[in-house]
Write a protein that binds this ligand. Structure first.
Ligand code: HEM
Length: 470
């Protein structure tokens, strides 16, 4: 095992080329050298550096190259920073890398849901779920997306101070409840939100509890288990109420209740529950964070706001956008892409090596957890000029063509890319124009908020803005 001292950080030349596969090996054998990385402490590994400042820790790691080892209590990790190598993990060598869902945390949450299943079970589920996310089906939710956005704005008075995270969280939750279950959420909305908060608190990178096993009766674990069980009961109740009436509805739940695999089997009760729970979590938080960050940026860039206004006047003329309009909202799409670049709500994608593999000329031992950090790769100056700047205009066709695959992957990539990607993009591209045509936002909180790397990329403090109706 060859692990250079921390002094090596910063000395390595980071080039645009990924290291040659197999470099350092002899004649096709797996290399023996494991990736270098910062030295950790006994037992806790590098947890102290990660918890103290995750961004600085990844910055430090990048000094060791594009494949870097580190460790956390009980676990060996490796981060992959080059798009070509990320492409190998997610796409080309997909079979060699399984999902890593934080063992007991993910296991408790929705181990039978699409996000965490593996192999044949995942393939079967993905096929069944695909039927609920066709473009035609997703398009049918556009009306609900803009209707809820309109209702949200109608509730705001001129001059009112609003908390963007909360407002958009409520909005995306209502859109999901409609698309998944064809219901309007009342008091249960608080339960879903509490569940998301609890899961984030349990999985936050700057919380010590994240590194403790689930069976320990810590206050975080106890709270998490209680809220999870209430959340599950709620989802199970919705499924039960629907059984036998699937053909009366045209939503995700009905599609899944009736979907059969080649052998004519439908999903088990647990699979169905975990599927719906996964969608509620994966689709709610991520999209509401993206809306929050988009507005955060638009509010501080008058030039971006002017361009959006001109586009809306031209394409929409004050109307709510339809699916057909979205195709013409080119600048809005760039604003959304740039938002997801700078603030990827799913900021790290996790994998686990199923066997000993070669990556970037190093040996990755079986069982090593891999982190593919969107938040870091998306701001790498090898691929992006002035990477920290919010600049929707960088997203020209020419730029996209020249960008290496996997230098931008807010929705992951390969066979397990986000199944809700088109749903989320449609929601972002319909909700933003609906809201922005009706109001302007004056930021009341920090324009460059501290970020909290929890399960998703949160702000430490809520983003507040004063609304000016138009
Ligand atoms: C801006 C919004 C969203 C972002 C940034 C996002 C991001 C991601 C990413 C990065 C992955 C890949 C995870 C991995 O490879 O380990 C993923 C997977 C997934 N996402 Fe999303 N997502 C978003 C919205 C949604 C929505 C709206 C839904 C559903 C309604 C959804 C459901 C899922 C599911 C079920 C998977 C697992 C797919 C599989 O493994 O086959 N996501 N998402």
């Amino acid at each position: 095992m060859s692990v250079p001292s921390g002094d090596a950080a910063g000395e390595r030349d980071r080039t645009k080329e990924a290291a040659e596969p197999g470099a350092g090996d002899d004649g096709g054998e797996l290399p023996t050298e494991i990736p270098p990385g910062p030295r950790g402490l006994p037992l806790v590994g590098n947890a102290h550096s990660l918890v103290r400042d995750p961004e600085a820790f990844f910055e430090e790691m990048s000094g060791y190259g594009d494949v870097v080892s580190y460790s956390l209590p009980r676990l060996q990790f490796c981060t992959v920073l080059h798009p070509d190598l990320i492409g190998r993990v997610l796409l080309t060598d997909f079979e060699q890398f399984g999902k890593y869902g934080f063992e007991d945390l993910g296991g408790e949450f929705a181990s039978e849901g699409l996000l965490l299943t593996e192999g044949e079970q995942w393939r079967r589920q993905r096929e069944a779920v695909q039927g609920a996310f066709t473009m035609e089906q997703i398009g049918s939710y556009a009306g609900a997306m803009t209707r809820y956005a309109d209702e949200l704005v109608a509730d705001w008075d001129d001059g009112q101070a609003v908390v963007l995270n909360e407002a958009f969280s409520e909005l995306t939750l209502q859109v999901l409840a409609h698309s998944l279950f064809d219901i309007e959420l009342g008091a249960e909305a608080a339960l879903v939100t509490e569940f998301a908060e609890t899961l984030n608190a349990r999985g936050s990178l700057d919380g010590v509890s994240t590194f403790l096993p689930m069976w320990l009766p810590t206050p975080e674990n106890r709270r998490y288990k209680r809220v999870l069980s209430e959340f599950r009961e709620f989802v199970e109740r919705l499924i039960e109420e629907r059984r036998g009436r699937a053909d009366e509805y045209d939503d995700v739940l009905s599609t899944l209740l009736t979907a059969e695999d080649e052998a004519g089997r439908t999903m088990s009760d647990v699979e169905l529950r975990d599927q719906m729970a996964t969608f509620l979590f994966a689709g709610h938080e991520t999209t509401s964070l993206a809306l929050t960050y988009a507005v955060l940026q638009v509010a501080q860039h008058g030039d971006v706001r002017d361009r959006l206004d001109a586009e809306y006047a031209d394409v929409l003329g004050g109307d709510r956008p339809t699916v057909a309009d979205v195709r013409a909202l080119d600048y809005t799409e760039r604003v959304v892409k740039e938002t997801l670049r700078l603030y990827p709500p799913a900021f790290i994608t996790f994998r686990e090596a199923r066997e000993d593999v070669e990556l970037g000329g190093y040996r990755i031992p079986a069982g090593t957890k891999l982190t593919l950090p969107q938040f870091f790769v998306h701001t790498d100056d090898r691929w992006y000029d002035d990477p920290e700047a919010f600049d929707p205009d960088r997203w020209t066709d020419g730029f996209e063509e020249s960008l290496p695959d996997f230098a931008y992957f807010p929705f992951g990539g390969g066979p397990r890319h986000c199944i809700g990607m088109r749903f989320a993009m449609l929601e972002l591209q319909t909700v933003l124009p609906t809201v922005l045509q009706r109001v302007e936002f004056d930021l009341l909180s920090d324009p460059d908020p501290e970020l909290d790397m929890a399960i998703t990329l949160h702000t430490e403090e809520p983003v507040r803005a004063r609304v000016r109706t138009r």
